[in-house]
Design a protein around this ligand. Structure first.
Ligand code: ADP
Ligand code: MG
Length: 733
């Protein structure tokens, strides 16, 4: 018997599935902890290798952004090169995050030819600090035309350099920012760094008003939970839709999905376990503190989360985690899928962003404190987040746009596109009391604390009833933003969060400054301001079920916007009030913002256009031939059977044939309609119009093609179906 490619893949998987014998762990815990950060040119390595003065000045640069002098840069570059070459590095690369959403790199060798025909290793301060990749094909949104294609990369000393092993040796990776010759940002790191500065400044300003004289800065801390799917690579290779567009464009619902919830937190399959351990060892060596691993809700879905770090580093680390997972999966015979919705009808993947603020004394500003002053401060920062979310929902929504995330947001598996904040009942009742909206004295324990004139409770925040449906949940000492997509960089979300909160803090400090100038005692001024803020922003608080239909209506009543898809969200980008949030704090200039809007719109159109082409080609060249050959066999069977049984005998085979033919005819027609709209899409010149057309005409036509194909998959000869099924992809690991 001849195997079809699908059967061949399944046979091979069955043979490799056999569980490898249990091994002693390769690394002891001590060895593992010694390994932590082994491949990173971190503070420890720098302290060991740099002259004391140089190290101290570099530390100042890292901590306070002090300018670095060129002679120090030469010393650092030379130490970095020696460290890397001792560990087998032959090349270095400036590693950056252009607006394609991924990372980019261009490798250069450390070796430079000399005039006498030899080579010497060379790496100067200039080479460390600045690079000039030929970057003409990275998106710039018109900030750089091809004739002036220069883009520059510049070392970001706050994120340490690291080594990556490839098949042919090791490379030194230097995290950099990427900008045009006019100095405008072409990446996602620059605005992130700017937004952290803006927020830090506003935090310090408010804390000074509250009498804190010791704080010098505030760091944004984030912990990123990364979800992903793992499927067998042999099946993946038979799915051009997964390879080219990251998601399945066809595929009948699996016979068994997540109904039994038997995958969630279940035992991790041994092959997957081997992959995870391998990936974690590499991440450990890269100084990425991986904390948890577990199965997720859908079959074949998993999550990895490192311990939280400063936002810039955590963002770089998330990019690295994705890269390490991807390459490790390949080596273990898997394909790692980061798309938000690889399988229709099965839960998609998100990326939760846990966000908090840490002051230079190590204190978490989102942690309720013990003294009245601490609590006043906590409540003011809480109010700032509420104000930011209530006043600037567009800003946050822009951080989550993308054709792929549209399949997930609001689809009863991820928060809706309507932004609201979950605080839990206890904190909400405190806030209502401060706002003067709660009758009688609320019942809280015996310990009370005072802010100004009113009596307030201590704040043991109850985190037990965490609401999984909220896009922005307070979880005791941090906010968890849950609308981000698994394939997306977390930079845009944090840029938006930081900018919006900085803007809210700015309002809050200005208000306080005015009251103080008018002679109002500080605590009284805080008390009054909190009451006003909590009154104004109460509508953004929602502790109920965000997935429900009632919430949609309620949110509308409260005036909370619902930018339900990427295109409407992107249309808000150029609104003056939205741009002001970024511009007035120096996070992004108007030109940079409009460039970004342009890139994101274009990206949306391209994504949908590629999907349409793949759907068309797969439908016509793989699915239809299989269907028609089965249809022909059925027709032959009916003719020959009819000869045998005679004309009077009813033949149920004819019903099967009729059903098959009705769907196959419909699929042929739907594919033609899809082609027609795709052709029309290509004639639309104005990007935003093309985006609207892609959303309103191309995507629905793709869904119609899919409906017919999926119906066919359910009744076809399984052996002849050209694509691996959902069951096979989701359960064979
Ligand atoms: P969940 O219950 O949401 O799945 P996890 O334990 O998987 O939570 O992930 C929580 C993430 O939040 C981790 O990355 C963790 O380090 C991070 N985290 C914990 N405390 C803070 C904090 N104060 N600020 C930011 N992130 C934090
Ligand atoms: Mg979470």
């Amino acid at each position: 018997m001849v195997f079809t490619p699908r059967e061949h893949a399944i046979k091979e998987i069955a043979e490799t599935l056999a569980v490898a014998p249990c091994k002693e762990p390769e690394l002891s815990n001590t060895q593992r902890s010694d390994m932590f950060g082994r491949d990173v040119f971190n503070m420890r390595a720098m302290r060991e290798r740099l002259p004391k003065g140089v190290f101290q000045r570099l530390e100042q640069t890292i901590k306070n952004g002090a300018q670095m002098n060129p002679s120090d840069a030469d010393v650092i570059a030379s130490a970095m090169k020696d460290w890397a070459m001792e560990r087998g590095a032959t090349h270095y690369t400036h590693w950056f995050q252009p607006m394609t959403g991924t990372t980019a790199e261009k490798h250069d060798t450390f070796l430079t030819p000399t005039s006498d025909g030899q080579v010497i290793s060379q790496f100067s301060g200039d080479m460390l600090i600045q690079g000039q990749p030929d970057a003409s094909s990275f998106p710039s949104g018109g900030l750089r035309s091809t004739f002036e294609a220069r883009g520059y990369t510049s070392w970001d000393p706050t994120s340490p350099a690291f080594l990556i092993s490839g098949p042919l040796g090791r490379t030194l990776y230097i995290p950099t920012v990427f900008y045009s010759y006019t100095g405008e940002s072409l990446d996602r790191k620059t605005p992130l760094l700017r937004s952290e500065d803006a927020l830090s400044n506003q935090c310090v300003r408010l804390m000074r008003l509250l009498g804190n004289t010791s704080v010098t800065g505030v760091q944004v801390m984030i912990g990123v939970e990364q979800e992903y799917f793992l499927i067998d690579r042999r099946l993946y290779m038979l799915r051009p839709d997964l390879i080219l567009s990251g998601r399945t464009l066809y595929g009948a619902r699996p016979l068994k999905g997540q109904e039994l919830e038997d995958h969630y937190f279940g035992a991790i399959p041994s092959r997957v376990m081997a992959f995870m351990q391998d990936a974690e060892d590499q991440l450990f060596a890269l100084g990425i503190p991986v904390l948890t691993r577990h199965n997720e809700v859908a079959p074949g879905q998993f999550e990895i989360a490192p311990v939280y770090e400063s936002a810039n580093i955590a963002t770089d680390h998330n990019m690295l985690i994705m890269e390490v997972l991807r390459t490790t999966a390949e080596r273990h015979g898997f394909a790692c899928l980061f798309h938000e919705k690889p399988f229709t009808g099965v839960n998609g993947s998100g990326k939760h962003n846990n966000w908090s603020l840490r002051d230079s004394n190590g204190y978490n500003l989102l942690e309720p404190g013990d003294t009245p002053r601490d609590n006043a401060q906590f409540l003011l920062f809480l109010a700032a987040v509420l104000r930011a979310m209530h006043k600037h929902p567009e800003t946050m929504r822009i951080g989550t746009v993308g054709a792929s995330n549209d399949h997930r947001l609001g689809a009863h598996e991820a928060p809706p596109a309507i932004l609201s904040v979950y605080l839990g009942e206890q904190l909400t009742s405190i806030i209502k009391a401060i706002a003067g909206k709660q009758d009688g004295s609320p019942s809280w324990g015996s310990r009370t604390m005072e802010i100004g004139v009113s009596i307030l409770p201590p704040m043991p925040i109850d985190v037990s009833d965490r609401n999984r449906t909220s896009p922005m949940a307070f979880t005791g000492n941090r906010f968890e933003f849950r609308a981000g997509g698994s394939s997306q960089s977390v930079a845009p979300i944090n840029i938006a969060l930081n900018a919006a909160v900085a803007s809210a803090l700015d309002d809050i400090s200005s208000d306080l400054e005015k009251s103080i100038a008018a002679g109002v005692p500080l605590l009284k001024a805080v008390q009054d301001l909190l009451a006003r803020l909590f009154q104004e922003h109460e509508p953004i608080i929602f502790n109920g079920n965000n997935y429900s239909e009632e919430w949609k209506k309620e949110a509308q009543r409260r005036g909370l916007p619902n930018y339900s898809n990427t295109v409407v969200a992107l249309e808000q980008y150029s609104r003056p009030d939205v741009m002001k949030v970024f511009c007035s704090h120096g996070v992004l200039s108007e030109r940079e913002l409009l460039a970004r809007q342009g890139i994101l719109i274009e990206n949306y159109v391209r994504t949908v256009s590629i999907e349409a082409q793949v759907a068309l080609s797969l439908g016509r060249t793989s699915i239809m031939p299989a269907v028609l050959s089965w249809q022909k066999d059925l027709a032959d069977l009916i003719l020959s059977t009819r000869q045998v049984v005679g004309t009077d005998t009813p033949m149920p085979e004819e019903t099967v044939f009729a059903r098959l033919r009705s769907h196959s005819t419909a699929l042929i027609e739907e594919l033609d309609k899809l082609e027609a709209v795709w052709n029309e899409l290509n004639t639309i010149e104005e990007p935003i119009k093309a985006a609207r057309f892609a959303r309103d005409y191309v995507l629905p036509r793709m869904r119609s093609c899919r409906a017919e194909a999926d119906a066919l998959e359910e009744i076809m000869d399984n052996r002849r179906w050209p694509l691996p099924s959902y069951e096979e992809m989701l359960w064979l690991n």
